[in-house]
Design a protein around this ligand. Structure first.
Ligand SMILES: [Cu+2]
Length: 488
């Protein structure tokens, strides 16, 4: 959430702040080109350093879209072309990635695919036809490596909603929630053992991981931790509550805009009826007590408000929630301290949303990728290899050639204990096997690959152009966990 004028004046020292504070204007107003004969862009994204008031005594400086966090909610209509002027007011080249959209490589926003950078203090106009419908998002796609002021560690993220012709369910209120941490620092990684995914670790993969650990032993590689946690740029208790009435159906569009973290959400006394994953309606909407979202995943879920009170909609991790990862839900006429109740242990299982009894179509070809961690192998950072090879921008390897119209199955084998939110650009994929279970009908663009687990995802090569595949964890993608798909 941006500082508004009132906050801005309250802070005092307005002139001192003004130079670095581009946010003092309504975000959604299109900024049009000065020349009257030039065709106006339908939207403007301005990349610049700005301030985010997470709480009155926690104000952070980071790079933002249109001076606010999250960036402006961009509502597009499927099939209706948009023109976006992207201004880069920073000193470094930037890339704006339209995550989850099936658009050409030169506007998708990945250097590996050949998208041009938006030059420092320059502008690039891009134009595309938004699709498919549902919750997408836009974020920076530059590599950060050891620079925590770059890439998705910054505040460059905004939800994008491509209007469907018909909503997947009736609702009374629609609320967008962007989950994001601030104040990143490096640490020598602890073990973030995460066991919330369905399925179990495979012995064969553990053995491969153990072998790699013996080869790359020593202190653990760097991980990133955070000082502040926020929903819509406000720490728990410092933003406006979500105001609801008994009997309302609230549609939440949740985006995990973290650079590195897996997030959860629970609302005591309520369940989430999940209607869409990554913006795509699920074949079987199902009620969940908890939502889990890997980095860059989205969940759209309806909550029926039938338990009056003042509640914390928050992350299950106590420490992260106490440091801000939550938002208050307040029923009309109710007052008091917001209540949190720890939910019972629960496994997140993507197959719950699948088409029951359906089998996925057979692929034309299966591509297998073994994921291995080389502990602290590069200047103290873990290096990630796919089939023994860390991605290189110089050689653009590993890479795969696909033929238009063919169906490819990617089979991942994770020989590490980390969960990897794997992402394919410019295409959606169907989950065909996850947590040891065959499945069909769930369409996504990011999926969490469990520690020492396997996953299979199918995609049809239906959007020609260079296509990037990577783990969405910024540290993993920066240090090897990427591959290219090129059309024949
Ligand atoms: Cu990863």
């Amino acid at each position: 959430m941006p500082l508004d004028r009132r906050d801005f004046l309250r802070l005092g020292g307005a002139s001192a702040l003004a130079a670095g504070f581009p946010g003092d204007r309504p975000a959604a107003v299109p900024q049009t080109a000065a020349a009257p004969e030039a065709e106006a862009a339908s939207h403007t994204l301005r990349i610049a350093t700005g301030l985010v008031e997470l709480a009155p005594d926690h104000i952070v400086s980071t790079t933002l879209y249109n001076g606010q966090f999250p960036g402006p909610l961009l509502r597009y209509t499927e099939g209706q072309r948009v023109t976006v002027d992207v201004h880069n007011d920073t000193d470094t080249p930037e890339l704006v990635h339209w995550h989850g959209q099936m658009i050409p490589s030169d506007v998708d926003g990945a250097a590996e695919e050949g998208t041009p950078f938006v030059p420092p203090h320059g502008m690039r106009r891009i134009s595309f036809v938004p699709k498919p419908t549902g919750l997408r998002f836009v974020h920076t796609h530059v590599a950060a490596h050891a620079d925590l002021n770059r890439g998705t560690y910054t505040g460059q993220a905004a939800p994008v909603y491509i209007e469907p012709r018909r909503e997947p369910g009736a609702y009374d209120q629609e609320i967008f929630l962007t989950l994001k941490e601030f104040g990143p620092t490096f640490s020598r990684g602890g073990d973030m053992a995460m066991d919330m995914l369905a399925g179990s670790a495979l012995q064969g993969l553990k053995q491969i991981g153990a072998l790699a650990d013996r080869q790359f032993k020593g202190p653990k590689g760097f991980e990133v931790g955070y000082e502040y946690f926020a929903i819509n740029g406000r720490m728990l208790g410092h933003g406006e509550p979500i105001r609801v009435k008994t009997g309302q159906r609230v549609l939440f569009h949740v985006l995990n805009a973290s650079a590195t973290e897996i997030r959860s959400l629970a609302l005591p006394g309520h369940v989430f009826r999940v209607v869409a994953l990554d913006g795509n309606p699920v074949p079987t909407p199902a009620e969940m007590p908890v939502l889990w979202l890997g980095t860059a995943e989205r969940v759209s879920a309806i909550v029926e408000m039938k338990h009056p009170g003042v509640w914390i909609l928050g992350d299950l991790a106590d420490d992260d929630r106490r440091h801000g990862m939550g938002i208050v839900v307040e029923y009309a006429g109710r007052r008091g301290r917001p209540q949190w109740v720890k939910p019972r242990p629960f496994k997140w299982d993507y197959t719950r949303f699948a088409r029951p009894g359906a089998a996925a179509a057979a692929p034309d070809q299966t591509i297998e990728m073994l994921v291995v961690k080389q502990n602290a192998a590069q200047h103290g950072f873990n290096v990630w290899t796919l089939n023994g090879e860390a991605f290189s921008m110089q050689t653009m390897r590993p890479s795969y050639t696909v033929e238009p119209g063919r169906r490819y199955r990617l089979k991942f084998r994770n020989a590490s204990d980390d969960i990897h939110p794997i992402h394919l650009h410019r295409h959606s994929f169907e989950l065909t096997r996850i947590g040891g279970k065959p499945t069909a009908g769930v369409i996504k663009d990011v999926v969490m690959l469990g520690g020492y687990q396997e996953a299979e995802i199918d995609f049809v090569a239906d959007n020609p152009g260079p296509t990037l595949f990577h783990c969405h964890q910024q540290l993993h993608m920066d240090f090897g966990f990427m591959a290219m798909f090129n059309y024949a």
